[in-house]
Design a protein around this ligand. Sequence first.
Ligand code: 1HE
Length: 267
Amino acid sequence: MPGSFLEISQAGPIGVVTLNRPAKRNALDESAIAEIDAYFSSPPEGVRVIVMRANGEHFCAGLDLREHHDKARSAVEFMRVCQAWHRAFDKIQHGGTPVVACLQGAVVGGGLELASAAHVRIADASTYFSLPEGTRGIFTGGGATVRTARILTASRMVEMMLTGRVIDVEEGLRIGLAHYVCGTAANPRKAFDLGLEIARKIASNAELSNYAIVSSINRIADMSSTDGLFAEGLMAAVVQTGADVQSRLGDFVDKRAHKVKPQSATA
Ligand code: 1HE
C-alpha cells in the first residue's frame, strides 16, 4: 500500500521498515496504523527477517494525540481504533516472520506497544520508555495490557502507568523492555547497525525454525500446560522433520558444525 508513514526497503532476505514521521516524533495516526497493517500482512517476496526502525531522534511518541483531540471520537469509534491497532500489531507478533525493533529516544505509550510486538528489541543509549497514558487522562489501547504486561509483569505495568515515570535504558534492559543496549552516551552506536547484524544471524536459521519460534511460543504462553505441551509436540514434529534437518544435523554429526560455546572460547 503506498503511503507516507513507512519507508520500505530490502537488502537480500532482510526487509527494513522505517517509521518516517520524525517531525511528529513518529506519532501513530489512523493512516500510519493502516500502513503498518498492510506491510506486515504480506511482507515483500523473499523477506525472511524484518528490521523496524525510525527516523529522527525518537522511535515513537505513541497515539497521535492531536488527531484524537481533533476527532473527539466516540467510545465506539475509539474501540474501532484500538481494534485496528490490535490487528496491525498482531500481524507483527504473529505474522510468522521475525521482527527486530531498533529503538532510540522516546519509546512511549503506543510506541512501546509497537515495540512490544517485535521479537527482538535493541536500544541505543538515548532510549527511554514510559506509559504516560494515565497522566494524559487516557488508557493504553494498542495491546500493552497483553504484550507489555507480559514482558514487564502486570505489577510493573500498573506501577509504570500510575506514576507515568520514565524508565531509562539500563532499567529497560534489566526489566526486559530491551534485549540489547548498544553504545554509550560517550561512545554512541546506532541500534540499527546491531539490528542488521542480528537480523542477518536470524536469517541464517532454518526458515521453519524461525517460523515456529515466532508463531508458537507466544501462543503457547496463552494455553494451559496440557494444551501447550501438545502444541509444542506438534510444532516440533513439523520442524524436526523439515527440509533443513538432515543437512544441518549431518553437519553436527560430521563435526562441521559450530559448537555452542561462549564467544571467547570458540576458535
Ligand atoms: C505529537 C506527539 C503525539 C509529539 N501526538 N503529535 N504520547 C505521549 O504522551 C508523548 C507525547 N510527546 C512527547 O512527550 C514529546 O513530543 C516527546 C518527548 C516524544 C518528544 O519531545 P520533543 O521536545 O522532541 O518534541 P515536541 O516539541 O514535543 O514535539 C514535536 C512535534 O511533534 C510537535 O508538533 P508541532 O506541530 O508543534 O511541531 C508535537 O505536537 C508533535 N508530537 N508527540 C501528536 N503523541 C492506542 S492508545 C495509545 C495511547 C498512547 O499512545 S498515549 C501516549 C501519547
